[in-house]
Design a protein around this ligand. Sequence first.
Ligand SMILES: Nc1ncnc2c1ncn2[C@@H]1O[C@H](COP(=O)(O)OP(=O)(O)O)[C@@H](O)[C@H]1O
Ligand SMILES: NC(=O)c1ccc[n+]([C@@H]2O[C@H](COP(=O)(O)O)[C@@H](O)[C@H]2O)c1
Ligand SMILES: [Mg+2]
Length: 235
Amino acid sequence: MKLIVGIGGMTNGGKTTLTNSLLRALPNCCVIHQDDFFKAPLFQPQDQIAVGEDGFKQWDVLESLDMEAMLDTVQAWLSSPRKFARAHGVSIQPEASDTHILLLEGFLLYSYKPLVDLYSHRYFLTVPYEECKWRRSTRNYTVPDPPGLFDGHVWPMYQKYRQEMETNGVEVVYLDGTKSREKLFREVLEDIQNSLLNRSQESAPSSARPARPQGPGRGCGHRMARPAASQPDTV
Ligand SMILES: Nc1ncnc2c1ncn2[C@@H]1O[C@H](COP(=O)(O)OP(=O)(O)O)[C@@H](O)[C@H]1O
Ligand SMILES: NC(=O)c1ccc[n+]([C@@H]2O[C@H](COP(=O)(O)O)[C@@H](O)[C@H]2O)c1
Ligand SMILES: [Mg+2]
């Protein structure tokens, strides 16, 4: 069984933190970070990040990422998760050797069409504008934010891509990034574990299947919904 889990959402929503915790807890789990696909490799002055009319380098647009290369990496995992795991130093747990999980983590995961239907789960972390801006001001990116980048480029691009995602009807599970790290981790871990359980029961012979629990409360999968206007960002 192969599961591709997207940990997406806004910059500084807590994606990398959550992903690292899940990576340690899930069996046979590999990760691909979208940040590794910026068209600006470290220590390479000739990067391909355009400068916009606003004067800012356009880091937060899809064209600044080599999404074809990211897709190729996902395809490599899909064609042989064992080989991929071995190459990335992930050892296969014998008691779960048929389960393979790939975490995709990044701020524009659901805006690239060839990837959108490959996810088994699409999570989307958000925090309010003020919290996002504050967290961002404490970060040290490889290329430091110039003054005004957040309000002039980062936030408007976040709003544009999220709006597009909603207009295109991409279904995501929203996660409140102001919850504690532990709470978010438990919530998502439980959700993924439930779907592993459900899938293994579905593939088992019907005589061997235990009865399923009824009603809500099985993880947070029931909150998978079309993005609605009830998810505003407080600016
Ligand atoms: N649940 C949380 N509550 C409070 N702060 C958090 C939480 N998750 C992450 N952070 C902090 O927010 C900042 C951004 O987290 P990070 O995981 O790097 O976000 P992202 O990858 O979405 O940009 C870091 O300083 C991190 O320690
Ligand atoms: N990794 C890099 O090379 C690099 C450089 C400049 C800006 N960034 C920023 O990284 C952000 C995405 O990463 P986070 O979602 O972890 O914040 C984008 O908002 C972008 O502005 C990354
Ligand atoms: Mg990150």
